[in-house]
Ligand binder design. Structure first.
Ligand code: PPS
Length: 313
């Protein structure tokens, strides 16, 4: 990224690569290190595993569709909302907080984007399960903000995302996708292992802040406070209030820098990126039979973890 944000020249060359994305086709799913993956996230694997983290890097880690963009934007505003206001109007959030494992044709890889970030700290997005995160993050004792979302709403959101996003495999119909999700055969592998993997890691690695999408919907002000405590930020109250206003669902949906409208792989006529942002939308998708089957399967998969979710608030 060649842009110099401090001088106001902030639409980087990277935007020119976006045309390539229009031409990409739906990828095949394959097994990669025991995880279902697509090549857009494995093509740069050697660089990725050799990635050199810095101690002040902040990693936003999530299972896809758990609230990544929401937390990324909160962090971006907390750190850079005042110092570089032009970033807010000209650089989409997915370039401000690069997607580490991404390797899309025509665009610099996620690793290259991170290495060219002009900001400190560097905010870095990943969906990698805990065991595949590059070692240097742990070696450098980087802060990791993990966001988890209840399995039912997470599955619904992922289903609609796969329908509208050409960089993902075809999801099939809802029943098919739900089975895929339960089998853990979606991109980035089983939800169950992802959320419990980071939860277990937290027991031995104290620099993980584990957040829940449901808590954010319930009280975003409280969650921003907790996040600031974890980060050691003494952000003034008025500033925090400004941040919570900007990151409201409706504001982010209207904001072209946070709603992904500039990413040509997504077809918003099928489903928007900022879709509903609710807890409990699963009730509009699960049949009674699907729900019973899911609950039974869930109990088995989650029987060895203390991790608890709310499916309604
Ligand atoms: S991605 O593609 O994995 O980075 O997607 P991710 O950002 O993790 O998740 C997208 C879902 O988060 C919802 N979202 C929000 N909900 C409430 N408030 C705010 N501000 C907000 N921002 C994003 C978004 O609408 C997607 O959820 P669904 O249920 O599909 O609406």
């Amino acid at each position: 990224m060649e842009a110099d944000h401090r001088k106001g020249k902030c639409v980087p060359d990277i935007m020119e690569g976006m045309d390539f994305l229009q031409k990409i086709s739906r990828p095949e799913l394959f097994d990669f290190e025991g995880i279902s993956m697509v090549h857009y996230f494995t093509d740069n694997w050697v660089d990725l595993q050799n990635f050199q983290a810095r101690p002040d890097d902040i990693v936003v880690s999530t299972f896809p569709k758990a609230g990544t963009t929401w937390v990324s934007y909160i962090l971006d505003l907390l750190y850079f909302g005042n110092t570089a206001p032009e970033r807010q109007t000209s650089l989409p959030i997915y370039f401000r907080v690069p997607f580490l494992e991404s390797a899309f044709p025509g665009l610099p890889s996620g690793v290259e984007q991170v290495n060219k970030l002009p900001t400190t700290p560097r905010l870095i997005k990943t969906h990698l399960p805990v065991q595949l995160l590059p070692e240097s993050f742990w070696e450098q004792n980087c802060r990791v903000v993990y966001v988890a979302r209840n399995a039912k709403d997470n599955a619904v959101s992922y289903f609609h995302f796969d329908r509208m996003n050409k960089a993902q495999p075809e999801p099939g119909d809802w029943n098919t996708f739900l089975q895929t999700f339960m089998d853990g055969k979606n991109v980035f592998g089983p939800w169950y292992d992802h959320v419990s993997g980071y939860w277990e890691k937290k027991q031995t690695y104290s620099n993980i802040h584990y957040m829940f999408f449901e808590d954010m919907v319930e009280d975003i002000g409280r969650e921003v406070d907790r996040l600031c405590s974890f980060l050691g930020l003494s952000t003034p109250i008025e500033e925090k209030e400004r941040v919570t206003k900007y990151v409201h669902f409706d504001a982010m949906k209207q904001n072209n820098m946070t709603n992904y409208s500039s990413l040509p792989v997504m077809d918003f006529k099928i489903s928007p990126f900022m879709r509903k942002g609710k807890v409990g939308d699963w009730k509009n998708h699960f049949t009674v039979a699907q729900n019973e089957q899911f609950d039974e399967h869930y109990k088995q998969k989650m029987k060895n973890t203390t991790l608890q979710f709310r499916t309604e608030i």
